[in-house]
Structures are given as C-alpha cells and as structure tokens.
Design a protein around this ligand. Sequence first.
Ligand SMILES: C[S@@+](CC[C@H](N)C(=O)[O-])C[C@H]1O[C@@H](n2cnc3c(N)ncnc32)[C@H](O)[C@@H]1O
Length: 315
Amino acid sequence: MPESFFVLSKDYLELAIDEITAIAKMYDRFSKIKIISNLVIIQSKTNVDKIARRATFVKTSGQILRKMSGLFLDEENIGVLKNAKSFVCRVINLSSNQFNVPELESSMGDMISKFSHAKVNLENPTITVYLIFTNNENFFGFSKRTKEQIRPKKIKKYPHELDWKLTRVMINLIGIKKGETICDPFCGTGTTLLEAESMGIHGIGIDFDKKMCEIAKKNLKINNYHSEVLNSEFHELSKISEKFEGIVTDLPYGTASKTSEKPQEILKKFFSILPKRKKVAIMYKKEMDFNSKLNGLKKYHIYRHKSLTRTILIK
Ligand SMILES: C[S@@+](CC[C@H](N)C(=O)[O-])C[C@H]1O[C@@H](n2cnc3c(N)ncnc32)[C@H](O)[C@@H]1O
C-alpha cells in the first residue's frame, strides 16, 4: 500500500492532525495513520495530492519511497527522476539533531546529478526530493509539481466573517464528501458556502439579515457558484433537513453582526433543534457554553485574544 507524508503547520496542530486523519478515513476507511509530531504518515490507496488538496494545514506533502536507516541514495531510489526535467532537494529536519541543511541539500543534489539527467531548479522543479529526519526514523520521499489551488474570492471583507481556514477545517472534520450538501443556518457573508463549493460540496445558507443574504449571494456569484441562500430564521433548517448531510456554522457573537436575540439564547435554542443523525460542526464563543453543558464528540478551543476564545464542537 502506498505511503504518503504530510508536514503540518503547527498553528493549530490538534485540528490539523484530526483534519488530515478525517480526510484520509473519508476516502479510504482502511487508511493507517502514524503521527510523529507535525509529520503525518498515511498508508492508503488514496493519492497523496487528493488528500493534500482537501486539507487546510498541510505545508508540504509527498510520496514516501522508503524508510532509511542511514543517509544514502542509490539508483533505485532516484528512479522517480528518470523522466523528470528538473529537481530540487529539500531536507526536513524534525529531529532534535542539528544539521547543516543547505550543505546537506546541496550534497544530495550533487549525488542525484550523478545518476540522473534532471537539472537542479530551485524555483519551479518538476520533482522535489525530500529527506525527512525525525528522532526515530528517517524517510526518503518526493513530490511532483502540482497546480496551485484557486481560492474563492469575496467582494469585500467584513469584521464578523469567519476565517476561511477554520471554516474549511470544520467541513473536513465531519467528513463531508464531494457531491454532498451542507447547511449553514447563520451563513453571514457565505464563507462556509464558498469553502464548501471550492471542494465540490453543495451549500444551503440561511441568515435572518436580508443584507447578509445579499452579500452571500454576491460572493457566490463572483465565483460562479450555485449554493442556495435563504433569508430566514435558523429554525428553517428543521424544515429542510432532508436536503443536507451536515451542518457547519459559526454562531452570532453579539458584537459585529446583528442578532435576533441574546447570542447565548440563540445557541441554546439552536442546539435543541439540531436534527439527529446529521454530522455537525459548530463554532461559538467559549463563554457562551454555560457550565460546559454543550456536548458532542469533541471540542477544540481556539484562543484569539484576551476576550475571545472560540470553541469548535463536533457532534
Ligand atoms: C458570526 S456571523 C456568521 C459569519 C459567517 N460565518 C461569515 O463568514 O460571514 C452570525 C450570523 O448570524 C446571523 N443571525 C443572527 N441571528 C440569527 C437568527 N436568529 N437566524 C438566522 N441568522 C441569524 C447574523 O445576521 C450573522 O450574519
């Protein structure tokens, strides 16, 4: 079974690890996952790029060619470079040992040049060859050049809109597949709908503020996306629950956007009408979870500043 590696950003490491695990399991439930700090090794029949394209916090990814006991390269290892026009060598040192990384990269480049016709290209190589060091194991891998992903556009930025990375991670944590539908009952400017559609997931947004609905519609239009937006109260979701597989939303905080009533009351009522047997990822201000009463499968706390810690709850 092919093995891939993913080096994750350390910004939200727990979220990042759970996200990549959820994506790998969504595509292939028999995937085997090994976590070495911010390095994740996945044994799966799913192509490495398919997993990396869905994920939010992957810095570098590639296919593993072999585990190494020492540092050596032979012709068999660089077979991948046979038809490549250009390459670059990169050392990822996740061990506690100190290496002279530029020197190691350049001597690895020299070694490879002896076996292969590929030329070194530091800017835009066809193949990147990786040496990954951890405290227990070292890996030798590579990645092929891929097209950069196009991010959804927005007509304008608003202070209350949700960070696209957290939105995307919530969609991935509940394993919504391409072709399925999610509902955001507090859709605001439509961040969830945009992220969902960029992954081939259909969206239904609800917002009681007509102005927000118009903004969300405009945001969808400039991207040529087709998610629906309903100008209604969040309760509407109960009537349309057969139309979606999951709920992903960011509840009102009572600061930058309008609210129909106190945010804590909204959260309580919303929680009580959540349809059963749906995947749910919701975000709210931590303090609104009075006595930590809201329960689910897992909670993440995201510290933003002194007066704002957000909770993501997966249900
Ligand atoms: C935190 S904002 C959502 C931001 C959104 N995720 C974005 O990226 O723009 C909460 C939204 O809930 C809406 N809202 C407040 N009370 C509501 C209610 N009772 N029913 C539906 N929407 C409501 C507000 O108009 C606001 O757009």
